[in-house]
Design a protein around this ligand. Structure first.
Ligand SMILES: Nc1ncnc2c1ncn2[C@@H]1O[C@H](COP(=O)(O)OP(=O)(O)OP(=O)(O)O)[C@@H](O)[C@H]1O
Ligand SMILES: CC(=O)N[C@H]1[C@@H]2OC[C@@H](O2)[C@@H](O)[C@@H]1O[C@H](C)C(=O)O
Length: 372
């Protein structure tokens, strides 16, 4: 998995035997700075040259392959021990609505499959979009299986991923729902990078040292995206530096700390607003934003009656959740099971998701699944 934050590649080695979902090993490999800046440039300039697009998909896929092969080395496993790689690819443009809906994840699955000698499943979003869905989020049915044992314990059970974009899976009350609540870290990361070159606000300490500007906060929250009820999804194409700077241009210059403090509360409020109609229950947080202490404090304050925990407190690695989900999605594809939930994405029907790329002499045995 490599997500909208563009921070790097998460690999999870997952065992699905005996009806369980067990994380055997995981790794996080930061992108080389040059690859990261090329990917970021592509996301920000979707009219890029075809030659660059093709070359970058190969370069990225070689980085994916290296990350997988390193994890196999560490775990002393052979390609033949692995049933499949499920690889999301890098979202470079997500446009699930309009005349020509599509979501493009950069990957050259042949490069990845041939470099690893492992069957690779990719392109998980296109079928859902072809059926009128958002193509995202895809993780809710996986969250439902992974957290089945927790569902009976609470009046509400919600999983929250705070990556570049934040998304929720409402596992209880039924039916299963899920959508992107709006920006997660993307605006805080981008603004900080623009202002002082840091990649992210470690622990949320910069935001914690600032003062919230309530007029700016109200302006952020007035964006039309927050009035839409699900199914809905969003991305960097919409919530980006341009969006933020356009709003800031209507304000007198503010200290960096105050902008960060206001963005942090904005993210917390935009998430909490989507849960207000539910009975108070358990909120489980995963994704890199789970390490932002200040953001989590804001969130807990917005949801005073809820138990807000990080998934690790319930035995689920917050950093590997999305990568595990793509192992599960690959398994669903290979077993010819449907994987999207029409209640979540808005697709006309549930379907089999993903494209399979096979290599000669690789006979998948139903042992383990690896993903990135
Ligand atoms: N120690 C930390 N303190 C604060 N924030 C952190 C910390 N570590 C990671 N983050 C945030 O988490 C982000 C990465 O999160 P994650 O890897 O879950 O995102 P992603 O998977 O790329 O995004 P998405 O889920 O939208 O696809 C970083 O860009 C940063 O903003
Ligand atoms: C288009 C796209 O890449 N969407 C991502 C993004 O990152 C978080 C959020 O926005 C989520 O909707 C989705 O990823 C997860 C893995 C999903 O599909 O469930």
């Amino acid at each position: 998995m490599s997500g909208t934050s563009l921070d790097g590649i998460d690999v999870a080695l997952v065992d699905f035997r005996d009806q369980t979902i067990s994380l055997i090993a995981a790794s996080e490999t930061p992108f080389e700075p040059e690859l990261r800046s090329q990917l970021l440039h592509l996301c920000q300039n979707p009219t890029v040259e075809l030659k660059q697009l093709g070359a970058l998909s190969v370069k990225l896929s070689l980085a994916y392959a290296q990350a997988v092969n390193q994890l196999l080395d560490h775990t002393h496993l052979e390609p033949s021990d692995i049933q499949a790689i499920g690889c999301h690819g890098q979202t470079i443009f997500h446009q699930p609505e309009g005349a020509w809906p599509f979501s493009m994840q950069l990957i050259n699955s042949s490069v990845l499959a041939s470099q690893c000698r492992i069957t690779t499943v990719s392109d998980f979003r296109s079928m859902d979009i072809a059926l009128g869905g958002q193509g995202a989020p895809l993780v809710p049915p996986f969250h439902q299986q992974l957290c089945a044992h927790l569902i009976a314990k609470h009046p509400s059970l919600v999983l929250l991923n705070i990556g570049g974009i934040a998304n929720v899976s409402i596992l209880k009350p039924a039916p299963l729902r899920g959508f992107d609540t709006g920006p997660g870290n993307v605006l805080m990361d981008s603004y900080l990078q623009q202002q002082n070159g840091s990649l992210f606000d470690d622990g949320g300490s910069v935001a914690a040292s600032g003062a919230v500007n309530s007029r700016l906060l109200a302006r952020f929250l007035s964006d039309d995206y927050f009035a839409i009820t699900g199914p809905k999804s969003t991305g960097r194409e919409y919530f980006n530096l341009q969006w933020l700077n356009q709003i800031l241009s209507h304000f007198d210059p503010l200290p960096l700390e105050d902008v960060l403090a206001t963005l942090s509360l904005f993210v917390a409020k935009s998430i909490a607003a989507t849960l207000q109609a539910l009975p108070a229950g358990q909120l489980l947080v995963c994704g890199g934003g789970a390490k932002n202490t200040h953001l989590l404090q804001n969130l807990a304050q917005q949801l005073p009656k809820w138990h807000v925990d990080i998934t690790n407190q319930h035995g689920i690695d917050a950093d590997s959740m999305e990568a595990m989900a793509f192992a599960w999605l690959a398994k669903q594809c290979l077993e010819r099971n449907t994987a999207n939930d029409p209640h979540v994405t808005g697709a006309k029907q549930a379907e089999i998701l993903g494209q399979i790329t096979q290599v000669h002499n690789h006979h998948p045995t139903p042992k383990t699944g690896a993903t990135q």
